[in-house]
Design a protein around this ligand. Sequence first.
Ligand code: HEM
Length: 175
Amino acid sequence: MRTRPTLKQRRRLADPIQEHIAFDQTASSVAIAGHPLHAMMVAFPITLAFCAFAADALYWWTGDLFWPRVALWSAGVGFVIGILAGIVGTLELLIVPGIRIRSASWTHFILAVMLLSLLGANWIIRWDDAVSAVLPWGILMSAITAGMTAITGWHGGKLVFDYQIGTQNDHSDPP
Ligand code: HEM
């Protein structure tokens, strides 16, 4: 039969991060009326990364020269807005104590930097000749970038919905 841990054992098992005074201070500080700016911005790089992959696939399928230009612009605009969203996210990470102290936030940061590097590379390889860049390397880069976007976006959602990062803990219903 299992016995309850003694006070001494409980003290030894306590997670020092969870015990930290800043642990629950997770409310977003880069926000408009409490709504995190980062969450509003990431919709663009997420959507555009998938658009670049779809455009490459459509060019492969149809041969229509319209699609390589769509892929070039999707990767480029996705990268630029992704960098801006990343700057906002990094400010949040550095400024808010309850975000800075948690390892999950730093995991998200590392995933995001890898994603932004891929998104940037996927744009640069198309600069000289957007059409001949598509097959095979462009579409391969787009596929890897889309996969990485899914992982990073899913992890971002985990920060908010599992760890309540960016949310207000002292929240009271608006009047
Ligand atoms: C480069 C550095 C980045 C940092 C430091 C960062 C940090 C954060 C933080 C702290 C949150 C919690 C919500 C908030 O406080 O705003 C968050 C949420 C999120 N992040 Fe990032 N992020 C970065 C880049 C990205 C990128 C490039 C993407 C695009 C895939 C992304 C996707 C998300 C998503 C989808 C959420 C959940 C938003 C929600 O559902 O409310 N992040 N990120």
